[in-house]
Write a protein that binds this ligand. Structure first.
Ligand SMILES: Nc1nc2c(ncn2[C@@H]2O[C@H](COP(=O)(O)OP(=O)(O)OP(=O)(O)O)[C@@H](O)[C@H]2O)c(=O)[nH]1
Ligand SMILES: [Mg+2]
Length: 154
């Protein structure tokens, strides 16, 4: 799909992807500030969270950290693995993983016992995306706190 055809997410985009033996159903939620209050409607039903950061947007990094803090503080997500994708790493001037981890350091203690990985990626080139998703599949499949539906594992 051409990048220019992707518009900001307002409703909910749903996509299904098979990774090995697992069938993943993605619920793509909008990140705009006024849409963030809708995220928690999906927490009880999800088996993993993928939180995407725009690594080129230093201005919104603190807003992103505040939003992430709410995500990791939510009881409805207790024990649910979280993949943090530091996207747009193809842009030369982007924030690095250490930069992002420093900005998000307040949240570390709220991550608790759940699995959490910060992965550098580029949706444009695809670099890092597969590694992140494969990590998520492993975490979801072995998660005793919220086991996946067996019909999604073949
Ligand atoms: N250079 C670069 N641009 C990207 C990358 N990923 C997305 N973009 C661009 O960033 C802009 C926003 O992308 P979206 O996919 O709409 O971002 P989003 O996080 O879904 O935004 P919301 O739906 O509003 O939450 C678009 O112009 C994309 O082309 C990337 O990895 N590298
Ligand atoms: Mg979107």
């Amino acid at each position: 799909m051409s990048l220019s055809k992707i518009t900001t997410t307002v409703g909910l985009n749903i996509g299904t992807v098979d990774v090995g033996k697992a069938r993943l159903m993605f619920w793509d939620l909008g990140g705009q500030e006024e849409l963030q209050s809708l995220w928690d409607k999906y927490y009880a039903e999800c088996h993993g969270v993928i939180y995407v950061i725009d690594s080129t947007d230093e201005e919104r990094l603190s807003e992103s950290k505040e939003a992430f803090e709410k995500v990791v503080s939510s009881e409805a997500l207790d024990g649910v693995p979280i993949l943090v994708l530091a996207n747009k790493q193809d842009v030369e001037t982007c924030l690095s993983i250490p930069d992002i981890k420093t900005a998000f350091s307040d949240c570390t203690c709220k991550i608790g016992r759940r699995d959490c990985l910060t992965q550098a990626c580029s949706a444009l080139t695809g670099k890092g995306v597969r590694e992140g998703i494969e990590w998520m599949v492993k975490c979801v499949v072995r998660n005793v706190h919220r086991p996946p539906r067996q019909r999604d594992i073949t």
